[in-house]
Design a protein around this ligand. Structure first.
Ligand code: 5GP
Length: 237
């Protein structure tokens, strides 16, 4: 499939049209950003790691019956995906308290959340991705009622699959963000799943192995991503 014009450049990925209108190429860049793009750095190997990590996770989810946009890896830092009509919504599930939940509700980091919480956020950098609820989504027609139900169902199915996958590799899946889009009348999981968009802690030491290392200036960001990939058996060759 031929790579054509750039369709969109986000903070860490660029998306290209192809000669097939149903497919896109995603380029995972080394750019790493936090705080709505206020802190930006280039981290060597991160694009490759997130590309291969995302492909591995999407394949695991497909095997478990969860439909995703992923088609195949094209190179170290590029993947072929189905072209979705993305919903402007982020779905977040939290198994353990951390991040904005602690700031918002004044709760301590590290509390087990049973049942896990679910939150919707509007994808809007200028507004700092504000939290929204089902009613906002309906009132502004960001998704249909059926899509709201489906997003919640799929996000929790992902939790069941990935909590176990990470636990078996010695990690706690603290929380994560998913994005969905429409494709030929179906809702598919889009975007990426990598340590950039989830929190992963070592099961014994609770050491952070995700983008919080970058956000909090802890260092060893790429080394942590590599550690996560190695523990899961992701092929980095
Ligand atoms: P929080 O709301 O605590 O900042 O984030 C919850 C989870 O969703 C974390 O795992 C975080 O990495 C992810 N997340 C939330 N918003 C974004 C975003 O805009 N970009 C990325 N990459 N991850 C996000």
């Amino acid at each position: 499939m031929k790579k054509k014009a750039e369709l969109y450049a986000g903070k860490a990925k660029s998306v290209y049209l192809t000669d097939d209108e149903d497919h896109l190429i995603i380029h995972f860049r080394n750019d790493t950003s936090a705080f709505d793009g206020e802190k930006v750095e280039q981290l060597e190997r991160k694009g490759m790691l997130n590309n291969k990590f995302t492909a591995f996770i999407m394949q695991q989810l497909e095997t478990a019956g969860i439909k995703t946009h992923h088609v195949k890896l094209l190179s170290d830092d590029e993947a072929l995906v189905r072209k979705l009509e993305m919903l402007p919504i982020e779905c977040v599930v939290r198994n353990i308290s951390a991040g904005s939940l602690c700031r918002r509700l004044g709760v301590t980091e590290g509390l087990d959340l049973e049942p896990p919480t679910f939150e919707f956020f509007l994808k809007n950098d200028a507004l700092h991705d504000p939290m929204i609820n089902d009613y906002h989504i309906r009132s502004f027609d960001w998704a249909t009622e059926a899509e709201i139900v489906e997003m919640k169902k799929m996000t929790f199915e992902v939790n069941t699959v990935l909590k176990k996958l990470f636990k078996d590799a010695g990690m706690l899946l603290v929380d994560y963000k998913l994005e969905f889009g429409r494709f030929q009348g179906q809702l598919l999981l889009g975007d990426e799943f990598s340590p950039d968009g989830c929190r992963l802690w070592d099961v014994d030491t609770r050491e952070k192995l995700d983008k919080d290392r970058f956000r909090q200036g802890l260092g060893g960001v790429v080394e942590a991503y590599e550690e996560v990939a190695q523990r899961l058996g992701v092929n980095l060759e």
